[in-house]
Structure formats: C-alpha cells, structure tokens
Design a protein around this ligand. Structure first.
Ligand code: OAD
Length: 249
C-alpha cells in the first residue's frame, strides 16, 4: 500500500462524526498475539477450555493461570502508531467513539478516552458473588485464583467469555455510533465475531463511508469504501502524515 486515496483524505479532513472499530490486529505491532491466523492464540489454546464460564467453573486455577500469563505478556508492551493515531483522531472530531474488542488497555495507554470496550478489560477483576469490579495491574498476581477481599468469593477476569452477553451499555453506545457516524474506520479485526462484525455493515447501510485497514481482506472488505492493505501502525503513520497529525511517541 503506497498511495492514500485523495477522497479518503478529504473524508477524514471533513468528517464530523467518526466511529472506529478495532480488533486484535491493531495491537499486533505492539507484540500482542492475535487470536486467529498462523500465530493466533486459538491455534495453540482452546477457547472452550480457557474462555468460557463453564471452563472457569470447572477449573478456575487453570483459567486464571492463562489470564495471568497474558497479563504478564501485555504489561510491558507499549501502544503503537495505530493506537496513537486513533487517540489523535478523537481530539479532531466533535462526535467520536472508539469501539474496541481488545481487552489489553493499549488504547487507553495511548490516550484514548472516548471508547467502549465490548469484551471487557484484562486489568479489571470482578467478584463472582458481589459483581463488584476493581482495577488490578499486579503482574504476576500474588495468588491464583484471586479471592475477593470483601467476601472471600472467587474473582474472575472482567472480560466477556464465549457464550456470555456483551455489556449492554457498551453495545448500545457502539450501535448508536455505527448508525449515526459519517465515517466508520475498521482496524485489525477478522470480522467473524458478532455483534462487532456487524457494525461496519450497519454503518454503511446508514450511509457512512467505511475504511478498512488490514493486511488481509476480511468479510468486512466487501462493504468498504476504501480498503488499505497493510499493517495498522504503518498505514496509520501514512494517514497521520497526510493529515498533518502529530503522533508523538
Ligand atoms: P482475530 O485474531 O480474529 O483477527 C485479527 C485480525 O488482525 C486479522 O484480520 C488479521 O489479518 C489482522 N492483523 C494482523 N496483524 C495486523 C496488523 N499489524 N495490522 C492490522 N491488522 C492486522 O482478532 P479479532 O478480530 O479481534 O473475543 O477477534 C475478535 C474476537 O475474537 C476477540 O475479541 C476475541 C476473539 O475470540 C473474545 O475473546 C470474546
């Protein structure tokens, strides 16, 4: 990918209401493994054994060991140019929402504040009895599985597992943004996990222009106005240059 289409730059300059959907690919250049593809986590680990409520009920220690390992992997990593570009876009538009499927917290580390986390956050723990949520950035966790200070019940990662509903507030805000935006950016998602995978189509059917950035074509590519083939960090750096948007870092 060498050239940025002129009408895309115009669209990004003139946009007023922008939504961005990100998936694991946006964090790949930071060193976070994706789920699918050659090196994907789901090639080496079974989601049924590690990322379902049944798996946690059966073997909370095993599930926690896996999340503790992922936390230790992510903790030292830094946001890349794509995270920083998306954080810079947020400041540019009166209406903006970042919808992320990622749980790694790298968007916030890059400065994003107007965001919804559809699948939760690996740096938050939730009491299985009281439902209370707390921040916890300790790596490694001192005790596995961790227990609630207040009631002694098991704590679980505050993430969405297979078979669980998405947080309704995040889902509603994401849906509204997809319906209302004039520009919808999709960065680094395989577009196979719903409902997130439906948002680009919803945006397009409400007349938004859709930009996809991904080294591989996906089921979303067919609804795009522009498809920029390439790595998120590299493509976003080019877009930032074309828009005179300083990225720092
Ligand atoms: P996937 O692993 O399914 O897809 C990653 C996407 O990123 C693929 O389309 C890759 O081509 C693309 N990609 C890889 N490197 C990239 C790069 N440097 N720049 C841009 N794109 C790149 O991840 P998601 O689509 O996020 O859910 O997966 C969706 C959900 O499935 C996840 O949130 C997770 C998973 O099971 C839960 O755990 C609930």
């Amino acid at each position: 990918m060498r050239e940025i289409p002129r009408d895309l730059i115009k669209g990004l300059r003139e946009g007023q209401n922008v939504a961005v959907l990100t998936g694991a690919g946006v964090s790949a250049e930071s060193g976070v493994p994706t789920f699918r593809g050659q090196e994907g986590l789901w090639k080496r680990y079974s989601p049924q054994e590690l990322a379902t409520p049944q798996a946690f009920a059966q073997d909370p220690k095993l599930v926690w060991e896996w999340y503790d390992w992922r936390r230790s992997l992510i903790a030292p990593l830094e946001p890349n140019a794509a995270h920083r570009f998306i954080a810079a876009l947020e400041k540019r538009y009166p209406h903006f929402l970042l919808i992320t499927q990622n749980i790694d917290g790298l968007h916030q580390k890059a400065g994003s504040t107007r965001l919804v986390e559809l699948h939760g956050n690996i740096w938050k723990l939730r009491c299985t009895e009281e439902g209370t949520v707390r921040d916890d950035k300790r790596v490694p966790l001192p005790q596995i599985p961790p227990l609630c200070d207040n009631c002694g019940a098991l704590l679980r990662p505050h993430v969405v597992w297979f078979g669980e509903p998405l947080p309704p507030d995040a889902l509603n805000r994401a849906m509204e943004a997809a319906e209302d935006c004039d520009l919808f950016l999709v960065v680094g998602t395989s577009g196979v996990v719903y409902p997130a995978a439906a948002f680009p189509q919803i945006a397009q059917s409400h007349k938004a222009k859709v930009l996809e950035i991904n080294p591989e074509e996906t089921p979303i590519t067919s609804v795009t106005t522009w498809y920029l083939k390439g790595k998120a960090g590299e493509v976003c750096q080019m877009l930032a240059r074309a828009l005179d948007l300083p990225l720092g870092g």
